[in-house]
Design a protein around this ligand. Structure first.
Ligand code: PGA
Length: 255
């Protein structure tokens, strides 16, 4: 795991966008794994600008998002379909048929019934697998919506959200009651199959979980810790989240 500590959020966004752009320049038909949440918003803004300025094109790129709430229609302002459209899809030349976000109707709460889950994993394989996966991390260490648990699911599946996650996301809804109780998410196996992974972490509220990721071994109680087993993971974190990490372990960015 490579750590790149930058001064602030804007720098994190620029560096992350530059890494995505480099991936796309090297392989114009790249398959990207995309994340939602507040952290990647700046990166999507930078990427949109790069496309607008003609520095890169996403025409040949295919994307797969990590997760989506169950029970919100794609036009709901808090759905991840809406988020992706708002922050990236409406601003870039990514072809509609190449954008994928998992979707399950309410009621598909058991994996046996989750045809959409199997179909999603099949589609990722069919497109050649994910070249670069963008990730955020939850306060409880979740990646996608893979919540801390005694065991973790390998493939795309339906998950009951923990209270902690629902509370963390309640800020986007009028009340906690409105936060969906379930989501569909890529599993840790699908995430770990990505050739490269980029984990973005910003803000003092992520300090504690980052300390755990840095110091702890691999445990399903901290799903992000599985990333220690992946051969090509870069963590980009800002000073607020990771400034306290021992300097010798850090690739310091020139500013
Ligand atoms: P955040 O979410 O970027 O809004 O902090 C990260 C996550 O929960 O994965």
């Amino acid at each position: 795991m490579k750590w790149r500590i930058v001064n602030h959020y804007a720098e994190l966004s620029r560096l992350a966008a530059e890494m995505v752009a480099e991936q796309v320049r090297n392989k114009p038909t790249s398959v990207l794994g995309l994340a939602t949440g507040s952290t990647p918003i700046g990166m999507y803004g930078e990427l949109s600008e790069m496309v607008r300025r003609g520095e890169i094109s996403l025409k040949g790129v295919t994307t797969f998002n990590l997760d989506e709430y169950i029970g919100l229609t794609p036009d709901h302002p808090q759905s991840y379909h809406y988020y992706m459209n708002e922050h990236l899809f409406s601003k870039v030349d990514l072809l509609p048929e190449n954008r994928h976000i998992p979707y399950a109707e309410k009621g598909e709460f058991s994996d046996e019934e989750c045809k959409a889950c199997e179909e999603y994993d099949r589609l990722i394989e069919e497109r050649g697998g994910i070249d670069l996966q963008i990730l955020g991390i939850g306060h409880n260490g979740h990646i996608g919506f893979n919540e801390p648990s005694l065991s973790l699911e390998v493939g795309t599946h339906v998950v009951a959200l923990t209270e902690e996650t629902r509370e963390a996301n309640a800020r986007f809804f009028r009340s906690i009651e409105e936060v969906p109780t379930h989501a569909i998410t890529m599993g840790v196996g699908s995430i770990m199959k990505a050739k490269r992974i980029l984990l973005l972490v910003s803000g003092a509220d992520k300090k504690e979980v980052l300390a755990r990721l840095y110091a702890e071994g691999v445990t399903t109680e901290l799903p992000a810790s599985l990333l220690h087993l992946h051969p090509d993971v870069t963590v980009i974190a800002d000073q607020e989240a990771a400034g306290w990490l021992p300097v010798e372990e850090i690739v310091k960015e020139e500013t």
